[in-house]
Ligand binder design. Structure first.
Ligand SMILES: [Zn+2]
Length: 105
């Protein structure tokens, strides 16, 4: 799995903690930074559904509109029911209309 690293101490992080477990840096602001939003968008394509789910839910919380299109793309190809749900919740949080699933497959 492609781990993230702490921007302060550069040690690997497990998931997206609010504080670095190694150096106690406050990462909450970092997760909301411009660069990190881009990283989360990239993480949506992770084959690991739980990583993609975390990324989707964080993007929904951050409310960054740049996430809308990548989330919609993911919705069209996500094979995991939990991931699909997380993406829909995120899109709803972003105020994006989720089209009904018809004519797919
Ligand atoms: Zn750290």
């Amino acid at each position: 799995m492609n781990g993230l690293s702490c921007p302060v101490c550069c040690k690997n992080l497990d998931g997206y903690p609010a504080w670095c477990p190694h150096c106690s840096a406050d990462l909450h602001e970092f997760w909301k930074s411009e660069d990190f939003v881009q990283e989360l968008i990239v993480a949506l394509d992770q084959p690991n559904a739980s990583v993609a789910m975390q990324a989707a839910s964080l993007l929904g919380q951050f409310g960054d509109q740049r996430a809308v299109e990548p989330l919609k793309r993911l919705l069209g190809k996500a094979g995991d029911a939990y991931l699909t749900r997380a993406v829909k919740v995120a899109l709803h949080s972003l105020g994006a209309a989720v089209e009904p699933e018809r004519g797919l497959g």
